[in-house]
Design a binder for this molecule. Structure first.
Ligand code: ADP
Ligand code: ZN
Length: 712
């Protein structure tokens, strides 16, 4: 029997990764040791390998409970692309397909079987499982078990039965939700036995965090898109209507955008999701119905058109960006109106839930209005210390200007009081700015003393300032009185001049000029870069193999390929994410494109003295053999050998030991001084073909370089 592979070997061989990320190895070790395990890791943290590696290390079949059909298919596609025998069983399969999988499982040919929670709870299926050798159970998206969570699935609450039926099979529960309440629920409800709990850092430093005021959102989105051509992203909206509206507008501006929400027919949703996975659609405008099943690793940005209802959901949603670890952007559009809408919605829940939910909404609001590093706030919410400011959020990047806003606060307070604390923010702004609207005039608001006292401040700026005042206790909002603005706890002191009020200037980020021509050529140029060309090849391969592009290679791997420009098999295999199995399927196509690109570039290269040698060097450094260099450069092999010798002689780093054993070098060096006239041919003949021309030329080069190689 072959030695069982170590987890690190499995990681390399089947997933192409060189090292574990934090906590992966620990969690894998626990499962292999037969322990029940709970793993909390942010989206994109790398949870899947924590049950996939044990599944390959342990004998038997691993059973993975996964809540969404799309997610299962995606995972199975990914595993298969790495040569791992995986399958799923759910309602989407035809009876014949089910029979085939049943058969394979009984033969022991399947290492990972994905099933839906309904499926696993069916008595017939449990009986069936009972006859199998099960290595482990993995409960993915385990927060679905908790009614406190955002994706509660009643079927999940029955999973306790697994531990009852299979007491000795380890169960690993995985989730990206850090909430303590939910965590406890998972442990209790699954009946895990002295579980090991691993909580990884929730920090996702590759996600930039930005909050923008919720006005001219569409303009901002269009500007953003223009600077991020072809980059896939998600825009989360609160209402179904909004998803359709935004998608429609983007579509009409020339972007491949589609709406996604629970009100659309399932088949349409499936098509949209699939097209997004395959990079056929760039932008999805979605309600939160979209996302849990999205494993797409190359989502480059996530926007929130509306405020999410709590930081938990927010973090989960932005977490769908940048799962490959590459930089990704997130933008939240914040308006007070969204807060009001949420409050109205949350007020309809049961009283005990209301309180909790509103407290959560308030934390979300604080985040959006924060004037400190936003990542610190987030990590703090997830009970993590963030030692320093992150440098990758808008507050860190664009330091705020503060000014003494006492006078503005006094004007606002005085107006609010004179209006009997009975008007909402919009009307208050109208009064402060001296609007001559019908409502104002009819109600006689133009007669109050502070009417028009703030005409010099723009309405949008007023909205910002008033919001800040609400947050700092200058003003208050009476939610139960149609959001009337009241005076806040500090009102008296401020009106007496006993307290100063500091306000933060709204960032007036200039919108880039519309349709700026200067940006157009940039896009053209981008097309010529190797990553773009590789992306095209990747897409073709993906379509041919009927999988999403990121399953072929993720963005990280793609960038690494573009950076190192591998010239041959071993160089490509050395890149993270390229397994032998993937090489077989996609390797040649990728290598061909890289070679074509390098050739074009070098063809365009300036002819300098030694230029030809340097081109050979470039290919050599990419890992090409002399034969491959000759082939790619359309040169004779002897020319390439001479190039390598010249490079070696001239101090370039050529690993001659790969071609010539040091002992053989000594043999050749010993005869060189005695051969007259000296030529490679003469040496070749002297040894009667025992050494190749390449070996001889390298030895000569070292001889000429003498001093480097001594003849001891
Ligand atoms: P999660 O399920 O936690 O959201 P995934 O398991 O989908 O995250 O992993 C996110 C991405 O990270 C995937 O592209 C995965 O292949 C990659 N990944 C996981 N583990 C490693 C590792 N040790 N080294 C490099 N990439 C990894
Ligand atoms: Zn920051």
């Amino acid at each position: 029997m072959p030695e069982p592979l170590l987890p690190s070997q499995i990681l390399k061989q089947f997933f192409g990764y060189d090292r574990f990320r934090p906590l992966q190895e620990e969690a894998i070790g626990a499962v292999i040791a037969g322990q029940d395990t709970l793993l909390l890791m942010p989206t994109g943290g790398g949870k899947s390998v924590c049950y996939q590696v044990p599944a390959l290390a342990l004998p038997g079949m691993a059973v993975v409970v996964s809540p969404l059909i799309a997610l299962m298919k995606d995972q199975v596609d990914g595993l298969r692309s790495n040569g791992i025998r995986a399958a799923y069983l759910n309602s989407s399969l035809l009876p014949l397909e089910k029979d085939a999988i049943d058969h394979q499982c009984r033969e022991g040919a399947i290492r990972l079987l994905y099933v839906s929670p309904e499926k696993i709870m069916s008595p017939v299926f449990l009986q069936w499982l009972y006859r199998m050798k099960i290595s482990l159970f993995a409960i993915d998206e385990a927060h679905c078990i908790s009614s406190w969570g955002h994706d509660f699935r009643p079927e999940y609450t029955q999973l306790k039965i697994l531990k009852e039926y299979f007491p000795s099979v380890p169960v690993i529960a995985l989730t990206a939700t850090a909430d303590k309440l939910i965590r406890r629920d998972i442990l209790d409800q699954l009946g895990l036995r002295s579980p090991k709990v691993f909580v990884s850092s929730f920090d996702r430093p590759n996600l930039s965090l930005t909050v923008r005021p919720g006005r001219s959102r569409l303009g901002h989105i269009l500007d953003f898109l223009e600077l991020h051509p072809e980059e896939p992203g998600i825009i989360y909206c609160l209402s179904r209507n909004a998803t359709e509206e935004v998608a429609d507008k983007l579509y009409r501006s020339g972007y491949k955008a589609s709406a996604y929400h629970a009100g659309l027919p399932a088949a349409d949703r499936m098509v949209t999701q699939d097209a997004f996975l395959r990079d056929d659609i760039q932008i999805i405008c979605a309600t939160i119905a979209f996302g849990m099943g999205i494993d797409k690793s190359n989502v480059r940005w996530v926007m929130h058109y509306n405020l999410p209802k709590n930081l938990e959901s927010f973090y989960q949603e932005i977490g769908r960006a940048g799962r490959d670890g590459l930089p990704a952007e997130t933008i939240l559009f914040y308006s007070f109106r969204d807060v009001m809408n949420w409050r109205e919605m949350l007020m309809q829940g049961t009283p005990e839930r209301q309180e909790l939910q509103i407290a959560r909404l308030e934390r979300m609001q604080q985040y959006a209005e924060a004037q400190l590093c936003r990542r610190r706030i987030l990590l703090n919410y997830f009970s993590e210390e963030a030692g320093t400011d992150c440098g990758n959020c808008d507050v860190c990047r664009e330091p705020r200007t503060r000014f003494d806003g006492t006078l503005l606060a006094q004007k606002a307070l005085s107006a609010a009081i004179r209006l009997g604390e009975g008007v909402n923010m919009g009307t208050l702004i109208d009064v402060l700015r001296g609007s001559r609207s019908r409502e104002i005039l009819e109600k006689g608001y133009d007669k109050i003393k502070t009417y028009g006292a703030g005409a010099d401040v723009k309405p949008d700026d007023w909205r910002e300032y008033l919001t800040q005042m609400v947050n700092t206790g200058v003003l208050d909002v009476a939610y139960h009185q149609k959001y009337a603005i009241h005076k806040g706890v500090l009102a008296q002191k401020i009106l007496n001049g006993a307290q100063q009020v500091w306000l933060v200037k709204p960032e007036n980020q200039p919108r880039p000029e519309k349709g700026a021509e200067s940006r157009k050529p940039k896009r053209e140029m981008l097309k010529e870069t190797l990553p773009d060309r590789l992306r095209v090849v990747r897409k073709q391969l993906a379509d041919r193999h009927n999988v999403p592009p990121y399953i072929v290679f993720n963005d990280n791997t793609l960038h690494e390929i573009a950076k190192t420009k591998p010239g041959n098999r071993s160089a490509l295999l050395a890149i993270e994410g390229v397994t032998a199995h993937k090489f077989e399927q996609f390797g040649e196509a990728i290598l061909t494109e890289v070679r074509r690109f390098v050739k074009e570039q070098t063809g365009k290269g300036v002819q300098v003295k030694g230029g030809s040698y340097l081109l050979t060097l470039q290919l050599y450094e990419q890992g090409c053999s002399p034969e491959e260099i000759a082939q790619q450069r359309d040169l004779g092999i002897t020319t390439v050998q001479s190039h390598l010798a010249w490079l070696l002689e001239n101090g370039y780093s050529i690993q001659w030991q790969a071609f010539l054993h040091p002992a053989d070098l000594q043999i050749i060096l010993a005869v060189i001084p005695g051969i007259q006239p000296l030529s490679a041919r003469a040496i070749f003949d002297y040894f009667e073909g025992k050494f190749s021309y390449l070996q001889i030329k390298l030895a000569q080069a070292l001889y000429n370089r003498s001093g480097v190689v001594t003849r001891k």
